[in-house]
Ligand binder design. Structure first.
Ligand code: NDP
Length: 434
């Protein structure tokens, strides 16, 4: 805590995990002897670099780039790149730390990493985004590779950015390999990668509801925050599973559509026009727009799926959700609930699905993209989607198994942390003190 006192998000993520690991450590003295906890919170490597690029006016702009190579005990570093003005070393470390346990839960051989920049793509032209991505990759390419570290997308890093990054890697290294995931379908991308995180959140929710409550999405009212990659496909799948999604949001405000969000309209605004969610209410007569993104948690619902960003649900928002009848919170975004919000869910007996388990579908399909690249073939949408569904159901089962083993039956948070951790810890012990 002393060493990383200026990194509040990282400390929050570590504290949450360590509190739930007490019964695991008590049962495994070998972890303590091998210093696993002390070692797992220290990244194997942090790369921090200058990204200089030229804007459309010819002015030089300078941003900061990061890649945190956190843990390679069970596979090459794997995790997304985030481009957002709030990015700093502590934010990337929190995301990288979560990624270690998340990747372990997917059952695939991937270590934990994360990266990004404080670059703000909002309002930038395509040419500016391209020049930024090329400058970013010019440095990053020395540190990554298909067998060492395989980045992907995250906030503000989608198909366009991955394309520019891949092109620059190929140009400098003269190598055509699966060094990034989330690639275009024409150059090594996997079908269902775009949908994977959002669909995975819903497969996880559906399975947890079935096992723990003998229930499903059918007939439920769902509140979703965000309107990016995760939110759009969570909304689409929840609707396919029989629910009515009544909200989506961005950092300015939220739309409420009592007739059910029309996902095609959201996709047109966000994916094609790169516009603001306010425009939804201008096009769909049944919808209302409200300024302020946290108001979305005051909308009555059965199920809430936060899919925007960290700490978007605080204690007050959690209490509003409970007061309005919400019984289920499953996290699409990383660490969207503050510790106080999680306490509210637990005190009120909500079904709570933590991010590192519920949103693991994205990185799982990234792992499947790596497999397809290695085989030099591509699977059909149905094949990838079936594997994704199976992985999400396995994550629910493994989490519940671990929760039971460590004396907290039904606790999906403790179960996810324990199941993810044990595999990494065993590998760290087996590989010696590094
Ligand atoms: P996108 O960039 O596609 O969308 C992000 C959405 O969240 C936008 O609607 C954005 O609104 C909103 N948002 C971002 N920052 C804030 C903020 N500070 N306050 C309020 N709203 C905000 O990103 P993704 O959908 O890919 O990512 C969303 C979350 O899911 C993140 O936590 C990410 O780490 C997590 N995640 C993503 C995965 C993936 O495969 N993409 C995999 C696993 C987790 P605005 O346009 O106004 O910024």
């Amino acid at each position: 805590e002393q060493r990383d006192g200026d990194q509040p998000e990282f400390l929050q993520a570590v504290r949450e995990v360590f509190e739930t690991l007490e019964p695991v450590i008590a049962k495994h003295p070998e972890y303590e002897k091998a210093g696993v906890l002390e070692r797992i919170v220290e990244p194997e490597r942090v790369v921090k670099f200058r990204v200089a690029w030229t804007d459309d006016e010819g002015k030089v702009q300078v941003n900061r780039g990061y890649r945190v190579q956190f843990n390679s005990a069970i596979g090459p570093y794997k995790g997304g790149l985030r481009f957002h003005p709030t990015v700093n070393e502590g934010v990337i470390k929190f995301l990288g730390f979560e990624q270690i346990l998340k990747n372990s839960l997917t059952t695939l051989p991937m270590g934990g990493g994360k990266g990004g920049s404080d670059f703000n793509p909002k309002g930038k032209s395509d040419a500016e985004v391209m020049r930024f991505c090329q400058a970013f990759m010019t440095e990053l390419c020395r540190h990554i590779g298909q067998f060492t570290d395989v980045p992907a997308g995250d906030i503000n890093v989608g198909g366009r950015e991955i394309g520019y990054l891949f092109g620059q890697y190929k140009r400098i290294r003269d190598e055509y390999s699966g060094v990034l995931t989330g690639k275009g379908l024409e150059f090594g991308g996997s079908l269902a990668r775009t949908e994977a995180t959002g669909y995975g959140v819903c497969y996880y929710t559906q399975e947890a509801l079935r096992v723990l409550k003998n229930d499903s999405f059918e007939g439920k009212t769902v509140v979703i925050s965000g309107s990016g990659n995760v939110a759009i496909y969570a909304a689409q799948k929840a609707e396919q599973l029989g629910a009515k999604v009544v909200t989506v949001s961005d950092s300015n405000g939220y739309v409420y559509d009592p007739e059910g969000i029309k996902v095609d309209v959201v996709k047109q605004i966000k994916e094609v026009e790169r516009g603001r969610i306010k425009e939804y209410a201008e096009r769909v007569p049944s919808a209302e727009y409200h300024e302020g993104c946290s108001g979305v948690w005051t909308v009555p619902c059965d199920i809430a799926l936060p899919c925007a960003t960290q700490n978007e649900i605080n204690e007050e928002s959690a209490k509003a959700l409970v007061a309005n009848g919400c019984k289920v919170v499953v996290e699409g975004a990383n660490m969207p609930s503050t510790p106080e919000a999680i306490a509210v869910y637990q005190q009120n007996g909500l079904l709570y699905g933590p991010a590192k388990a519920a949103n693991a579908g994205g990185v799982a399909v990234s792992g499947l993209e790596m497999s397809q690249n290695s085989y030099r073939l591509s699977w059909t949408f149905e094949e990838v989607d079936a594997k994704l569904k199976n992985i999400m159901e396995t994550i629910v089962a493994e989490s519940l198994k671990a929760a039971k083993e460590y004396g907290h039956e039904g606790d999906l948070m403790l179960g996810a942390n324990a199941a993810g951790f044990v595999k990494v810890a065993n590998a760290m012990v087996a590989q010696g003190i590094l």
